[in-house]
Design a protein around this ligand. Sequence first.
Ligand code: SAH
Length: 352
Amino acid sequence: MGKIKLKGLSCTELAELLLSWGEARYRADQIYTWAFRHLVRSYAEMTNLPAGLRARLEEETVLEAAAIVRREFSPATGTVKLLFSLLDGQAVEGVLMRYRSWFSACISSQAGCRMGCRFCASTLGGLARNLEAAEMVEQVVALEREARRAGGRVRSVVLMGTGEPLDNYDNVLRFIHLIAQPQGLGIGYRRIALSTCGLVPGIRRLAREGLPLTLSVSLHAPNDELRGRLMPINRRYPLSELLPACREYSEETGRRVTFEYALIAGVNDSLKQARELAKLLQGLTAHVNLIPLNPAVEGKLKRPEPGRVAAFAAVLRARGIPTTVRRELGTDISAACGQLRHQVLREEGTLW
Ligand code: SAH
């Protein structure tokens, strides 16, 4: 058994641990303040704790669940990408994106992925393992340090890095509750977005949690035939099951579902497909986010010309579907879709 990861404990759980050590409950608040407000990186810096307690924390727990092994910064957009090494040597990526005066942290929920989407680099080596809640919290903490260094704060967190969050449901939910704690990072549920390739039972379960999370569903095709070719998960959960689950989610939570649609030249970007998509989403409280494909996977898949993206968007809007085109913030530093992890895997044969 490894040591307890401090960032995987809620403030209440930490207090219980400390009580079991014969310490006072308020020490948990002090430790939380150091870890999540001051973002210190060692127990030695927690100067209002008695030396004995610091020593015991050192002995039985770890403060940091991951170490940064690579940092890339894009001066053009302010995007920072961090590659983390976890305690067992697995690697994951987290990205900080800047939107005017605030920041969004994009984090990974699994090391690798087993969903097999054809266009996605995260899935190329399969799934190594699920991330623990502490390992997801650590990514947000490190990105919050980056945001502060740039004079801001992380205001929203998106689970859009490597991995399928609903394939790691319990740890992801635990993570969400941990970062929402007011004594911790205090990221409100509405500012947390979870993106899924469409695991229907997970969407239904999430709908029943009663949390106002933002749900994004990666759609990428307007019919089962094409979606099944691009995303193997569609053969298990076709659109006739996925869309009712999305409807249920917005009815239960009152939140509008976002549909992600990566435009791939000559594959899913025709105006006919735009009309088909509009028809499919008719009557749903939905919003479409178009993403010009990141050519992440070697091969034939390419992004369309900008004019084609605009025309696709115009068809949707004309049919009353709110549509945005994603601003790209990380292409220049391969800060998208598992690319850095994949690149390192390729260059070094293995990840540490
Ligand atoms: N597994 C989750 C979250 C991770 S991916 C999901 O599937 O939603 C985050 C988003 O990036 C998804 O919408 C995914 O389909 C998209 N994506 C993956 N590879 C991409 C690429 N090469 N270009 C553009 N978007 C991509």
